[in-house]
Design a protein around this ligand. Structure first.
Ligand SMILES: [Ca+2]
Ligand SMILES: [Ca+2]
Length: 152
């Protein structure tokens, strides 16, 4: 009887754990909540997956870069819906880099439909990037994506 009670206790414990963890939606590799810059998921690989599960969802990702000699690129691909990306760049002291002139056009990327998104950052003092993925205002649709970055 004691043994059965023990098994029951473990079972109830597992159910409680699953119940608690299931409260917040989490896609593999993405850690919700990640809806603001301070909750950004750190990208430990140069490629990851995420999902915009409701139209108002936002996914923030944090990328740390070593010194780059010419550019850094942030890409969104394998889109299942019309999503968009926006990036914020910071220097080694944590100050936001204000991009000017022609660079401004590359801060946001929103192609139509499920076309890939790409942002090229040419400011080589960039050491930290915050990426925000969300539904395009055009469609407000939900879907999954792969986020990737590279640099040179
Ligand atoms: Ca999110
Ligand atoms: Ca788009």
């Amino acid at each position: 009887m004691k043994r059965i009670n023990h098994v029951l206790a473990v079972l109830i414990g597992c159910l409680l754990l699953v119940g608690l963890m299931g409260c917040e939606y989490t896609y593999p590799y993405e850690e919700e909540p990640n809806n603001s810059p301070s909750e950004a998921t750190f990208m430990s690989n140069n490629i990851t997956k995420g999902q915009i599960h409701i139209a108002s969802d936002m996914d923030y990702w944090e990328i740390n870069l070593p010194p780059i000699s010419s550019w850094a690129k942030v890409m969104l691909h394998h889109l299942t819906a019309d999503l968009k990306i926006m990036v914020l760049c910071f220097d080694g002291s944590g100050n936001q880099i204000v991009l000017s002139g022609s660079d401004i056009a590359y801060l946001n990327s929103d192609e139509e439909g499920t076309n890939d998104e790409e942002i090229v950052i040419s400011k080589n003092q960039t050491r930290r990037i915050l990426v925000c993925v969300e539904a395009s205002e055009r469609s407000g649709s939900v879907g999954s994506y792969w986020l990737e970055y590279s640099f040179r």
